[in-house]
Design a protein around this ligand. Structure first.
Ligand SMILES: Cc1cc2nc3c(=O)[nH]c(=O)nc-3n(C[C@H](O)[C@H](O)[C@H](O)COP(=O)(O)O)c2cc1C
Length: 145
């Protein structure tokens, strides 16, 4: 049983190319021991990461990642589980800094990450608004029905 998680998060403070490379280098070393593969992209202060591997190992890693003080506003975009084919076979954690990798061929990837980030910011704001304002009214409605 393989599990794959995609998420987006924001840097807590600026990270250099070297710091991102070092983060991915250490991650790759640990991931190799845990049969985990994936990719870590950075773009305009935003991380987009995909991790895939045995369910238990992915759950353990994601719990650790959630607590990492280097990023915040972590939003899970997708979780898949089952008889999956690995997408990143051979990459224990490949870092791609889209701000410093100037290849034109990566332009669509930059655009997608920008769009996902913009959407997730909207979802976050709407969810906060819902949580802050709606409960009393919702409860009121359901008790009257
Ligand atoms: C954006 C981001 C992605 C990360 N990805 C991984 C990863 O794929 N594998 C990993 O072992 N650690 C990853 N880390 C680092 C972990 O959060 C943690 O620092 C590391 O696993 C060391 O944990 P430990 O000190 O408990 O062994 C990532 C951190 C960040 C901020």
């Amino acid at each position: 049983m393989l599990k794959r998680i995609n998420y987006i998060s924001s840097f807590v403070q600026d990270m250099s190319d070297d710091e991102i490379e070092e983060l991915a280098r250490q991650a790759a070393k640990k991931n190799a021991e845990n049969d985990i593969t994936g990719v870590l992209m950075a773009r305009g202060g935003v991380f987009f990461q995909i991790i895939e591997g045995p369910e238990e190992n992915i759950d353990r890693l994601f719990t650790t990642i959630l607590k990492d003080p280097r990023h915040e506003k972590i939003i899970t975009l997708g979780i898949q589980i089952g008889d999956l084919q690995r997408l990143f076979l051979g990459w224990n954690m490949k870092a791609i800094n889209l701000d410093t990798t100037l290849s034109e061929r990566l332009q669509p990837v930059r655009a997608i990450i920008d769009a996902v980030h913009a959407q997730s910011a909207i979802i976050e704001t709407l969810t906060e608004a819902l949580a802050a304002s709606a409960w009393a009214e919702l409860l009121d409605l359901t008790t009257k029905e």
